[in-house]
Design a protein around this ligand. Sequence first.
Ligand code: GLN
Length: 264
Amino acid sequence: MKIYSKIMAAIIIGTMVFATGCASSKEPAAPATEKTAETEKTGEKEQLVMATNAAFPPYEYYEENKIVGIDAEIAEAIAEKLGMELVIEDMEFGSIITAVQGGKVDMGMAGMTVSEERLVNVDFSDTYATGYQVVIVKEGSAITAPDDLADKSIGVQESTTGDIYISNDYKDADIQRYNKGTEAIQALLQDKVDAVVIDREPAKVFVEQNEGLEILPTEYVVEEYAIALAKGNTELLDKINKALEELKADGTVQGILDKYISAE
Ligand code: GLN
């Protein structure tokens, strides 16, 4: 009985969170009846399997047991346009390209930067957002600009562009690689590293969640985010680009970005 009521409470709270989430969205929530019909139909729909690393707020992160965020919502809108059912698979960031390359998933969407190195192994859709690599330090740090990193100890998220750029630019730096941005942040808080280089939006979330950290005002690198697809899968690439174009033109993409990223 006790367990049952706990489950009920969880369901009710879950529903409330979901409803609140919808209410803050700029799009009107679909009527409940339509949602049910949709869910029943999904069994017949072809799946669009997306690989991500859901530790990268506000692009992808967990809310209760659900992966939410900018990428999850844009992917959902794309799947809807394609008449497909979106399935999200959470994995380490460093495994996404391999999963896409090997056809284990249809696409990789993880605040992923288009880079020359990655273009050797995968194709990219048109871009849908701008990314910035920034430097996080403890407040009052002697590091005041990216160039100060040269001989320092720097925490990065393994296999990300932050890792790649730092490894190329600062050969004398002591680079510590972590699976998750939050692990790099913990290392910074414990003085195991002098700085963390990571994408700006998750950086803002991490700095907000932890006292005594700041983001350096000078950005380290500006980049573009896009969806990774298996090389030569032009059929899906064309469909995704067409959907993205429509979703950009009708303001859906901007609406999703604005919902998760507050104006400076
Ligand atoms: N934009 C960075 C990259 O593509 C980081 C992405 C991430 O950690 N999810 O490497």
